[in-house]
Design a protein around this ligand. Structure first.
Ligand SMILES: Nc1ncnc2c1ncn2[C@@H]1O[C@H](COP(=O)(O)OP(=O)(O)O)[C@@H](O)[C@H]1O
Ligand SMILES: [Mg+2]
Length: 247
């Protein structure tokens, strides 16, 4: 789960004080990651890495400037505490070899996030369009208003939560049609962009053929319903599941 660095989203000119105050973790910018960032800077995928947006256990997300606007850059940390926990999401997925060793595992998370984002986009799920990846770094479409990142579902006030829930279930359904189960769906991994929900953080998403997929799927739907219940929207689990499964 990502920890917000600031509840108020800051524009670029306030960057400098943030940087000096934050002491950006050395763990993210190890030599290999610097080489990858240099690669993306020299091929002009990005022109600068601007500031951190979120810090999680496994990854940090930054805003970057590109020749045409902005992008989100997700850097998976090699020094991750949740190595073992994440392995279960890769095992049994025929798209990926089970990685040997920590570095190769972390690169597989990044590759998997990129592959899953591509699948989502191809099936019309609202999620950030993947742009590029290399080793432990994924570059994706920027979801923001100008340079300010769009807010997470947990932080937004919704004028029509019922419509938001319907759109979300529509996306969960499309994701299922893409053959994927999100497996970490909650108000923390949904961003409200241009008044629509966008699904993020699909690195751990599994194929329907994964042995745990049905359990993950139930948990995803329950998380969403629980959140919307607190926002005054009631839908039975049965109705939601029937809708998503297309019954
Ligand atoms: N493409 C994006 N555009 C704008 N903000 C993003 C984007 N991707 C991620 N974020 C922000 O970064 C946070 C963490 O991203 P996420 O993919 O969930 O990483 P983690 O694995 O650390 O939880 C999100 O909750 C969101 O606020
Ligand atoms: Mg997340």
């Amino acid at each position: 789960m990502a920890r917000k660095l600031s509840t108020r989203k800051r524009p670029a000119r306030e960057l400098k004080p943030i940087r000096s105050r934050m002491k950006i973790s050395n763990k993210v910018f190890d030599d290999q990651t610097m080489t990858v960032l240099h690669y993306f800077l020299s091929n002009k995928r990005i022109t600068s890495l601007d500031f951190p947006i979120a810090q999680g256990k496994e990854a940090m997300v930054f805003r970057a400037t590109t020749p045409t606007g902005y992008a989100a850059v997700k850097i998976f940390k090699y020094e991750t505490a949740s190595f073992r926990k994440r392995m279960q999401y890769v095992q049994g997925d025929p798209r990926f070899k089970v990685p040997k060793g920590l570095r190769s595992a972390v690169r597989t998370w990044a590759r998997k996030e990129f592959a899953n984002l591509s699948l989502c986009i191809r099936h019309g799920v609202r999620s950030p369009r993947p742009i590029a990846f290399k080793e432990n770094v994924v570059i994706m479409e920027w979801l923001g208003v100008g340079g300010i990142p769009s807010a997470s579902l947990k932080d937004v006030w919704m004028d029509d939560p019922q419509r938001m829930l319907n759109e979300l279930l529509e996306d969960v359904k499309k994701m299922r049609e893409a053959g994927l189960v999100h497996a970490d769906l909650s108000e923390y991994n949904i961003v409200v962009h241009e008044n629509h929900p966008y699904l993020l953080d699909v690195g751990q998403s599994v194929l329907l053929s994964h042995e745990g997929s049905e359990g993950f799927f139930l948990k995803d739907v329950r998380n969403i319903l629980k959140f919307f219940k607190r926002r005054g929207v009631k839908m039975t689990e049965e109705d939601a599941l029937n809708f998503v499964r297309g019954a």
